[in-house]
Design a protein around this ligand. Structure first.
Ligand SMILES: C[S@@+](CC[C@H](N)C(=O)[O-])C[C@H]1O[C@@H](n2cnc3c(N)ncnc32)[C@H](O)[C@@H]1O
Length: 265
C-alpha cells in the first residue's frame, strides 16, 4: 500500500476537502466513532464544570454536525459560529440546526486563515485538529479570542491512529497526530489544561474491501493517493491478515484524544 508523493500543503488541503466532500452524504451515519467522540467531548466539558449557558461559541471542522448536535442538546447557546473546510457542510448541518433555537452563521474555508469571531466564551471542535499543519499557531489565535474564563474543548487523534495502515506503508496519515502527553506543551500560555483523555477504539471488518469502504464513506483517509486493482487489493488483504488479523477479522484502530482547557480569568 504505497501513497508516496512529495508533500504540498495546498494540494493536500484540496485533496482533504474533496475527500470529505465526497464522503459528506454518507459521513453522518458511517462515522460512528466520531459520533461517540462528540458525545464524550460534551460530557467531558460538563464534568469539568462548564456552565449551562454560553453567550458566544465557535466550532470549527463541524462537518455534518455530530458535535453541534450534542452541544446544542446539552448547553444553552445564544450565538454560534460554525466553520468547515467544505462549503457543502452548511446544507448537511440543516437538520441539526433546524431543531435548535440558536442564532448561527456558517463560515466556509480553512480555519487557519479564517478571520475568527471575537469575545468567545467557548471554542469547540471534534475530530478535526489532526488536519491542521500549524496546530500551535491555531491554538494561539483561538486562545486570543477567548474571554477570560472561556473554555476550549477539542478532540484529535494520537500517534496510533490507523497504525495498521501506517505499518503497511500508507502515507495517508493526517499531519498532526498528537498523543495526550504532547498537548500540555502545545497549548499557549494562559490556557490551563483541565482534563485530557486518550482511549483507543478498535473497529473490526470482515474484509479489506469493507475496511476500505469504511474509510471512503467517512472521508477520513483524505491524503490517500492509492488506486486499487484486484491484485493490489489481494496483496493488501493478505498482508493485513498476516500482521493484524484476529479471529478472521481485520481490526482498525482509532486513537482519539479529547481535552478541555480554560483561559485564565
Ligand atoms: C472527521 S470530520 C469531523 C466532523 C465533525 N466535527 C464530527 O465530529 O463528526 C473532520 C472535518 O474537518 C474538516 N476540516 C479538515 N480540515 C479543515 C480545516 N483546515 N479547516 C476547517 N475544517 C477542516 C473536514 O472538512 C471535516 O468535515
Amino acid at each position: 500500500m504505497k501513497d508516496m508523493a512529495p508533500f504540498n500543503f495546498q494540494a493536500d488541503q484540496n485533496r482533504i476537502c474533496q475527500s470529505f466532500r465526497r464522503g459528506l452524504a454518507s459521513y453522518h451515519r458511517s462515522a460512528s466513532v466520531q459520533a461517540g467522540i462528540a458525545a464524550q467531548l460534551v460530557r467531558l466539558l460538563q464534568q469539568q464544570g462548564a456552565p449551562d449557558r454560553f453567550q458566544s461559541v465557535f466550532e470549527f471542522g463541524c462537518g455534518t454536525g455530530h458535535l453541534t448536535h450534542r452541544l446544542l442538546e446539552s448547553f444553552n447557546v445564544s450565538k454560534l459560529v460554525l466553520n468547515d473546510l467544505v462549503p457543502e457542510a452548511a446544507a448537511a448541518l440543516r437538520p441539526v440546526l433546524d431543531r435548535a433555537p440558536v442564532k448561527f452563521r456558517f463560515k466556509p474555508g480553512p480555519v487557519e486563515t479564517l478571520p475568527l469571531p471575537q469575545q468567545l466564551d467557548l471554542v469547540v471542535s471534534a475530530s478535526t485538529v489532526q488536519w491542521i499543519q500549524d496546530l500551535p499557531g491555531l491554538m494561539e489565535r483561538l486562545a486570543a479570542q477567548l474571554e477570560p474564563g472561556g473554555w476550549l474543548a477539542v478532540s484529535g487523534f494520537g500517534r496510533s491512529q490507523f497504525h495498521e495502515l501506517a505499518a503497511l506503508g500508507s502515507q495517508a496519515a493526517a499531519p498532526s497526530y498528537l498523543d495526550a502527553a504532547e498537548w500540555p506543551q502545545l497549548l499557549p500560555d494562559g490556557l490551563t489544561l483541565m482534563a485530557i483523555i486518550q482511549e483507543p477504539v478498535v473497529l473490526e471488518f470482515t474484509s479489506a474491501v469493507e475496511l476500505l469502504k469504511h474509510l471512503r464513506l467517512t472521508g477520513v483517509n483524505g491524503q490517500s493517493r492509492q488506486s486499487w486493482n484486484r491484485s493490489r487489493l489481494q496483496e493488501f488483504e493478505t498482508q493485513y491478515r498476516s500482521r493484524f488479523g484476529r479471529n478472521g477479522m481485520l481490526p482498525l484502530t482509532y486513537d482519539p484524544v479529547l481535552l478541555v482547557a480554560r483561559k485564565e480569568g
